[in-house]
Design a protein around this ligand. Structure first.
Ligand code: NDP
Ligand code: F7E
Length: 319
C-alpha cells in the first residue's frame, strides 16, 4: 500500500515511519514547510495528486500543560484545521483507510479511573487543555461521521486511537512548552551537570500520569490500522469509533521525577512549585479493549527513560 504519514518528522510520526520501513509499504511524506496542513487548498491539491491508499494522521499542534495554557487559540484552530483538511481531502481523493491520533485528554477531568472509551462526553474537560481536547474530540467525530455516512457507499473506514502521555526519542525537550517527562530529563540533566543542590518540578507532584513509549504507540497504531474491519467495528460499539492505547499503569509526577533523577545521576533535593498548574489529577486509560484484541505495551518505563535520556544526550552532542 501507499501510505501517507502526516507529521512524519514528529516523535510519533518518525516512530511510525521506522516501523513502516520494515514493511514493503510505500511511505509518502511531506514536511510542514512543504505542505501546511492548515491550508485547505494545498491539502486538496496534494491529496488529488498523490491519492494514497491510506493516511496516518500524526500531525498536530502538540505541547505540554503550559503550552496548552499559553496558546489555546493555536491549539484549537491548528488542530481543527489539520483534522478537517486531512480527513475531508482524503475522503475527496477516494482514500478508504485512515488512522487519526487523538489524546487521552478528551475524557472528563473527573472521569472514573481507569477511563474507558465510553467516558467520552460524559463530563466537563480539564481547563488547561480543553481547546486541544475539543479539537481532538472533533477529530474522532469527523472519522465517526464519515464512517456512518459513507461506509456502505464508499467503503470509508476511518479509525481513531487515543494515546496516553507519550515519550521517547524525537520528543520535544523545550524547557517551557514540552511535556513533563522530556522537560524533567532536560532539567535534571542540567542540574546534575551544574551540581545544583535542588530541582523544582511544577505543581504539587501529586497528579498521576501514564506514560507509553512512542515505539509501542507506533506498533499499536499499525496494529489498529491493520485490524480486520469487522474486528474493529465489533470492538468500538456503540459508535464509539475510538480505541484507547496505553500501558494500564500510572505513577505520580514526583515518583517520575525520582526515576529521572536516578537515571541522570542527580542526587540533590526535589522541590515542588504549587503556583504552577497540576492539570488533570489523574488520566489512566482503560486499555482492556485493545488488550482483548491482542495488543499489549512492551517497553517498561525505566528502560524507556534510559533510552530517551541517551537520545537526548546524542541530540545535544549533534547540536
Ligand atoms: N506527545 C504526547 O505525549 C502525545 C501526543 N499525542 C498525539 O500524537 C500525535 C503526534 O504527536 P507528537 O509526535 O508528540 O507531536 P510532534 O510535535 O513531535 O509532531 C507533530 C508533527 O506535526 C507537524 N505539524 C504540526 N503542525 C503542522 C501543520 N500545520 N502542517 C504540517 N505539519 C504540521 C510537526 O511539524 P513541525 O514540527 O515542522 O511543525 C511535527 O512533525 C498528535 O496527534 C498528538 O496530538 C497524543 C497523546 C500524547
Ligand atoms: C499528553 C497530554 O499532555 C498534556 O497534559 P498533561 O499530561 O497535564 O501535560 P504535562 O505532561 O505537561 O504535565 C503533566 C504533569 O506534570 C507536571 N509537571 C511537573 N514539572 C513539569 C515540567 O517541567 N513540565 C511540564 N510540562 N509538566 C510538569 C504538570 O504540572 C502536570 O501536573 C496536555 O497538554 C495534552 O496535550 C495531552 O494530551
Amino acid at each position: 500500500m501507499r501510505i501517507y504519514v502526516a507529521g512524519h518528522r514528529g516523535m510519533v510520526g518518525s516512530a511510525i515511519v521506522r516501523q513502516l520501513n520494515k514493511t514493503d509499504h510505500q511511505i509518502i511524506t511531506r514536511t510542514h514547510a512543504e505542505l501546511d496542513l492548515t491550508n485547505q487548498a494545498a491539502v486538496h491539491e496534494f491529496m488529488q495528486a498523490e491519492r494514497p491508499d491510506a493516511v496516518i494522521l500524526a500531525a498536530a499542534r502538540v505541547g505540554g500543560i503550559k503550552a496548552n495554557n499559553t496558546f489555546p487559540a493555536e491549539f484549537i484552530y491548528d488542530n481543527l484545521m489539520i483534522e478537517a483538511n486531512v480527513i475531508h481531502q482524503a475522503f475527496a481523493a477516494g482514500v478508504k483507510k485512515l488512522l487519526f491520533l487523538g489524546s487521552s485528554c478528551i475524557y472528563p477531568r473527573n472521569a472514573a479511573q481507569p477511563m474507558a472509551e465510553d467516558a467520552l462526553l460524559t463530563g466537563t474537560l480539564e481547563p488547561t487543555n480543553e481547546p486541544y481536547a475539543i479539537a481532538k474530540i472533533a477529530g474522532i467525530k469527523l472519522c465517526e461521521s464519515y464512517n456512518r455516512q459513507y461506509a456502505d457507499t464508499h467503503g470509508i473506514d476511518y479509525r481513531s486511537v487515543m494515546p496516553t502521555n507519550l515519550y521517547g526519542p524525537g520528543d520535544n525537550f523545550h524547557p517551557e512548552h514540552s511535556h513533563v517527562l522530556p522537560a524533567l530529563i532536560r532539567r535534571f540533566h542540567e542540574a546534575a551537570a551544574a551540581n545544583a543542590p535542588s530541582v523544582t518540578i511544577w505543581g504539587t507532584g501529586q497528579p498521576r500520569r501514564e506514560f507509553l513509549h512512542v515505539d509501542d504507540m507506533a506498533a499499536a497504531s499499525l496494529f489498529v490500522l491493520n485490524l480486520p474491519r469487522d474486528v474493529y467495528i465489533a470492538n468500538t460499539q456503540p459508535m464509539l469509533s475510538h480505541i484507547n492505547v496505553g500501558t494500564g499503569q500510572d505513577l505520580t509526577i514526583r515518583e517520575l521525577a525520582e526515576i529521572i533523577a536516578e537515571t541522570v545521576g542527580f542526587s540533590g533535593e526535589i522541590l515542588t512549585d504549587p503556583a504552577q498548574p497540576d492539570g488533570t489529577p489523574r488520566k489512566l486509560l482503560n486499555v482492556s479493549r485493545l488488550n482483548a484484541m491482542g495488543w499489549h505495551a512492551r517497553i517498561g518505563l525505566r528502560k524507556g527513560i534510559e533510552e530517551t535520556y541517551r537520545a537526548f544526550k546524542e541530540a545535544a552532542v549533534a547540536g
